[in-house]
Design a protein around this ligand. Structure first.
Ligand code: NAD
Ligand code: GLY
Length: 363
C-alpha cells in the first residue's frame, strides 16, 4: 500500500492507495469521529461494494446507515442531494456522524457537499471506486452539485478525513468509465510532469486502457502526488490550483451544452484538452508539435479528440462566460507553455478562441 499526504495544516489527510483496502476496518477506524457512519453510494456501486464497506465500518465499531442515490451526472442535483439530508435527519444523525462517499466523482462530490453543510459540517471519508475519482476528484476538497446553467456551480471546499483508494474496485469499471479516468491522468502529465507524459506515450496509456493493475496503481499514485502537491500549495484556488482545470473550461461547456450525462466528464475533458493545447499553440505559447502530442495520446485510449458536431462556437462562448475561472467578464483559460507546465491566461482575443473551436469540432 502507498500512503501519500495532502499537507494542509490542521486539515491535512492521508491518501491510501492499494489492494483490499475496502475490507480492512483498520483503514476506517482512525477517521471515524463518533459512533455512527453514513455510507452514501450509487445504485450501481451499492450491489458491488456497499455490503463490504459497511461490514468493515461495523468491524471498526460504527453503527452504519446506508444511503443509495440514483446514478449519473444528471442526478448531481439539489433534488438528489436532498435525499441524503432526508436520510440523515430521519435517522437522527448528529454532528458526530461520519459520511463515507463510496463511488465515483458524482457520489464523492455530492456526499462531500452534504458533509460540508449538514448541521454546518460533519467529517467525511472518500472511498473512490472509479479511476477518475481515484486520480482526481476524491482529492482536494472540492465538493458540489450542478446547476442547469453551469457545471459544479453550487458547492463548498470541504476536505475529507482520508481518501481510501482500493484499486481492486477498478476491476468492475466499464471500459468507457476507465477511459474517462485516463483523461484526467493525461491532464496531470501535461500540466506538471513531462516524464509522466513520456511514460504514458511509451506504452502506459495502452496498459491503462487494458486495465493492467500495476499501471493503474502507478497512475493513481503519480496523479495523487501531483494533485496533493498543487492543492497543498493553493487549497482555495487563489492561483496555482487553477492549472488542474486544464481542458475543463471547454469540457464543462460540452457537458452542459449537450445536457449532463450525454458525454461523461472525462470525455469532455479530453476534447477540452485538445482545444486547450490548440489554443496554446495559436497563442504562441506551445509549439505545434507539442500541442499535437495531446490528441495523439488521447486517441490511443479511445478518447474523443474533437468537440461534438452540433455544439456551436456561440454556445461555447455563452457557457464559458459562467465558468468559475471567468473574471470581470473575461473567460480565463488554462494553457500549456510546455509539456509539463501550465499557465492561466485571461487576455486571449475572442477570434483566437473561435479559431480553436472551429478547428477542434467534429464535422
Ligand atoms: P461517476 O461518478 O458518474 O461514475 C461513473 C459510473 O460508474 C457511475 O454509473 C457509477 O455508479 C459507476 N461506478 C463507479 N464505480 C464503479 C465500479 N467500481 N464498478 C462499476 N461501476 C462503477 O463518474 P466519475 O467519472 O467517477 O466522476 C465524474 C464527476 O466527478 C463529475 O461530476 C465531475 O464534475 C467530478 N469531478 C470532481 C472533481 C473534484 O475535484 N471534486 C474533479 C474531477 C471531476
Ligand atoms: N479538478 C480541479 C480541482 O480539483 O481543482
Amino acid at each position: 500500500m502507498a500512503t501519500l499526504r495532502v499537507e494542509l495544516g490542521d486539515r491535512a489527510y492521508p491518501i491510501e492507495v492499494g489492494s483490499g483496502l475496502i475490507d480492512d476496518p483498520a483503514r476506517f477506524r482512525p477517521h471515524l469521529r463518533g459512533p455512527r457512519a453514513a455510507v452514501v453510494t450509487s445504485a450501481t456501486v451499492a450491489p458491488l461494494y456497499l455490503a463490504r464497506v459497511s461490514a468493515a465500518l461495523r468491524a471498526a465499531g460504527a453503527e452504519v446507515l446506508e444511503v443509495v442515490l440514483p446514478d449519473g451526472e444528471e442526478n448531481k442535483s439539489w433534488a438528489t442531494l436532498n435525499r441524503v439530508f432526508d436520510a440523515l435527519l430521519a435517522a437522527r444523525c448528529d454532528r458526530d456522524t461520519t459520511l463515507v462517499a463510496l463511488g465515483g466523482g458524482v457520489v464523492g462530490d455530492m456526499a462531500g457537499f452534504a458533509a460540508a453543510v449538514y448541521q454546518r459540517g460533519v467529517p467525511f471519508i472518500q472511498v473512490p471506486t472509479t479511476l477518475l475519482a481515484q486520480v482526481d476528484s476524491s482529492v482536494g476538497g472540492k465538493t458540489g452539485i450542478n446547476h442547469p446553467l453551469g457545471k459544479n456551480m453550487i458547492g463548498a471546499f470541504h476536505q475529507p478525513q482520508a481518501v481510501i483508494a482500493d484499486v481492486d474496485t477498478l476491476g468492475t469499471l466499464p471500459r468507457r468509465e476507465l477511459r474517462a479516468g485516463i483523461a484526467e491522468v493525461v491532464k496531470h502529465g501535461f500540466i506538471r510532469d513531462a516524464g509522466f507524459v513520456d511514460w504514458l506515450e511509451a506504452s502506459g496509456i495502452e496498459r491503462l486502457a487494458a486495465g493492467e493493475a500495476e499501471a493503474l496503481t502507478h497512475a493513481v499514485v503519480r496523479s495523487c502526488e501531483i494533485k496533493a502537491e498543487v492543492v497543498g500549495c493553493d487549497e482555495r484556488e487563489a492561483g496555482l490550483r487553477a492549472i488542474l482545470n486544464f481542458g475543463h473550461t471547454f469540457g464543462h461547456a460540452i457537458e452542459s451544452g449537450l445536457g449532463y450525462g450525454e458525454w461523461v466528464h472525462g470525455e469532455a475533458v479530453a476534447a477540452g484538452m485538445v482545444m486547450g493545447a490548440d489554443l496554446s499553440a495559436r497563442a504562441g505559447l506551445l509549439s505545434a508539435a507539442d500541442a499535437a502530442r495531446v490528441p495523439a495520446l488521447l486517441v490511443r485510449a479511445g478518447l474523443p479528440v474533437a468537440g461534438p458536431a452540433g455544439l456551436a462556437a456561440e454556445r461555447y462562448l455563452e457557457l464559458m462566460a459562467v465558468d468559475k475561472k471567468a473574471a470581470r467578464g473575461r473567460i480565463r483559460f488554462v494553457l500549456l507553455e510546455k509539456v509539463g507546465g501550465a499557465v492561466l491566461r485571461g487576455d486571449l482575443p475572442e477570434a483566437l478562441v473561435r479559431a480553436t473551436l472551429d478547428a477542434c469540432t467534429a464535422r
